[in-house]
Ligand binder design. Sequence first.
Ligand SMILES: C[S@@+](CC[C@H](N)C(=O)[O-])C[C@H]1O[C@@H](n2cnc3c(N)ncnc32)[C@H](O)[C@@H]1O
Length: 165
Amino acid sequence: MESTIEGAAMPNAVILQSEGLHEYILDTAVYPREAEPLKELRKATASHPTAFIGSSPDAGQLMAMLIKLVHAKKTIEVGVFTGYSLLLTALAIPDDGHKENEGRFDFAFVDADKENYLGYHERLMKLVKFYKIKMAATSAESSAENSAETETLAAAVTLGKSKGN
Ligand SMILES: C[S@@+](CC[C@H](N)C(=O)[O-])C[C@H]1O[C@@H](n2cnc3c(N)ncnc32)[C@H](O)[C@@H]1O
């Protein structure tokens, strides 16, 4: 089984209330399903001073499942960092899918400056096709005292609804 230290598991025990349970899920269900390029990227990112802001592989696999569920071909992402979520999106869309800067999108992922999420939401509601899925990473202040660290807790999924589609 893969070491979560080596793999830089995100401190995501807040939802599960148990770091041990989180590690068990990663070792038995998440890492075995993680594509090799994503594994390499995650390990390369682990030594980055702000590695904790990267998408976690478990959230990534949920995202990949959603992308496949809606047969997304055209996607957009705000907040790339070292590109884990970008790469998993590229691996999840079909060969004739693509990532673009403008146009109508099947899937949008926002994982950037949290204070601007309302603006991203309003813009993406116009860009994402009707009843496709918009996914935004949420964050919460770390419970550790005197720490400005935030950690990704979960992926909030909302149904996009835009006019004229
Ligand atoms: C939480 S990280 C993204 C993690 C990434 N999704 C992943 O899978 O590893 C947030 C990223 O958003 C970038 N960012 C912050 N504000 C931004 C903005 N206004 N526009 C675009 N990117 C922004 C940061 O530089 C950082 O790389």
